[in-house]
Ligand binder design. Structure first.
Ligand SMILES: [Zn+2]
Ligand SMILES: [Zn+2]
Length: 458
């Protein structure tokens, strides 16, 4: 019997980064789902993708690219795909199409070039190839011949899992990154109908998140603890998704507790929140503009005359000079304030300067709210900070006197329970391939789904 399709994985097979999967039909034509950048340990000199961000597989038969969402580990190798000659349509949701050029511009500036002409040329090509598609609408592709549909993944604005219905009758589903239920701003993931093959992310396949219902109270409590000795609360956060969730919850805490005492001589209503990440600020603006995609609670706040992503005590830092001034001021004054900056895993961005200046200060608190991949400075700070160790940032050894906290329940990824519910809620799932997780996570998830046909190694 002819096998009607084959799936290859060009990333996110042994780790969580570099997502890129290929579906090729029996006639030899194929498509890619995501084209992400490798990050952290996976690009280290001894890692599986040492220092390279290449498209090292044949693409002559690839007729289309589908993007599940615009996180860098899902779209960051797009410039390399274009360099390799890809000029097919790029299907994604409307919100992803709007956010994508900013992500690609940043990826180019960080990893490739600052040449404006080159950047514009890449962006123009990307914009020309984009085909925005609404959620829940079937779209016909002529090559490879199949239908696709984006479903709400609830992970970041515009995120989707994608269903591909082949003419031979099979349905192949790529989960992309699945979000949690009850995420601020975002609708819950749409339940899965069915899948002959499900390519499933497994980031938190071995863990359940702390109770999310109480996470806002825990955020409040941890901030109150942090500012009791004054000093800065540093929150490294992804520019897209996490930053907006945090702003949304901080606005709510400040709104609910405005008269309450936060620390000696300080009320919650005096608390300044600094957003120091040009990318995050730009994305926050886009998030505000796309309020039609928000969930009901967020829309309600708007009609109550609140501004969940643009409140009074929020200060957005634009220029590099102001960024430097603020760091110097915080270093000397120790005035309590919250700083949100990228990158989420402390691999670059303006957060680096804050860490270098403020990690040696015992008044500082670092609050991790997201997954810290192996080999990233974020993981090192998390591991060695509490033992009074150090971290190397841009070849500079920085000793850690700051207090380090990790707040669970903030992940933008479904936990083990939610992944299992996603699978078990479907009418049928014949074959599951686990990607986007480390070995331990995949193994634990496979064990809990042992009544299905599950591949841990793809
Ligand atoms: Zn993601
Ligand atoms: Zn991802």
């Amino acid at each position: 019997m002819d096998v009607p399709f084959t799936i290859y994985h060009h990333g996110a097979r042994d780790g969580v980064t570099g997502s890129c999967h290929e579906l090729t039909l029996a006639n030899g034509r194929g498509l890619l789902v995501d084209i992400g950048l490798f990050q952290g340990a996976e690009t280290a000199s001894d890692g599986a993708h040492a220092g390279v961000q290449t498209v090292d597989f044949p693409i002559g038969h690839i007729d289309a690219l589908i993007l599940t969402h615009c996180h860098i580990d899902h779209v960051g190798r797009l410039p390399w795909l274009l360099t390799a000659g890809f000029r097919g349509p790029i299907y994604c949701t409307r919100a992803t199409a709007l956010l994508l050029p900013m992500v690609i511009e940043d990826a180019l500036k960080v990893g490739v070039t600052h040449n404006r002409g080159l950047i514009d040329a890449v962006l123009n090509t990307v914009k020309r190839l984009l085909v925005p598609v609404d959620y829940d609408q079937w779209t016909e592709l002529s090559s490879p011949a199949l239908k696709l549909r984006f479903r709400q993944a609830g992970h970041i604005l515009g995120s989707a899992y994608v269903e591909l219905d082949l003419n031979s009758g099979e349905r192949v589903v790529f989960s992309g990154d699945l979000g949690c239920k009850n995420s601020p701003l975002l609708p819950d993931p749409t339940p899965l109908e069915r899948a002959d093959v499900l390519v499933l992310e497994s980031t938190y396949g071995d863990r359940n998140h702390e109770n999310r219902a109480q996470r806002q109270q825990r955020l409040r409590a941890v901030i109150e603890h942090c500012v009791s000795d004054r000093g800065t609360v540093l929150i490294p956060a992804f520019s897209i998704g996490r930053t907006q969730e945090l702003l949304y919850e901080l606005e709510d805490i400040i709104h609910q507790c405005r008269g309450d005492k936060l620390a000696e001589g300080l009320r919650w209503s005096d608390m300044v929140v600094i957003l120091d990440s040009p990318m995050a600020a730009q994305f926050t603006k886009e998030y505000r503009a796309m309020r039609d995609l928000w969930d009901a609670e967020a829309k309600q706040r708007l009609s109550d005359n609140r501004h969940p992503l643009n409140f009074e005590r929020l200060h957005v830092v634009n220029t590099h000079a102001e960024h430097q001034r603020i760091i110097n001021y915080l270093k000397q004054s120790g005035d309590p304030c919250i700083v949100i900056a990228a990158s989420g895993m402390c691999t670059g961005g303006r957060m680096m300067n804050y860490l270098k200046a403020l990690l040696p200060d015992p008044r500082t608190d670092v609050l991790f709210v997201g997954y810290q991949a192996e080999g990233t400075p974020g993981r090192a700070i998390q591991a060695y900070g509490p033992r009074g160790g150090y971290v190397d940032l841009d070849d500079e050894r920085v000793w850690i006197k700051a207090e380090i906290h990790t707040l669970g329940g903030y992940s933008a990824h479904a936990d083990q329970q939610e992944l299992i519910e996603f699978v078990r809620g479907a009418d049928y799932v014949n074959d599951i391939r686990l990607v986007h997780g480390d070995e331990k996570a995949k193994h634990a998830l496979a064990a809990t789904l042992s009544d299905y046909q599950v591949s841990e190694k793809v």
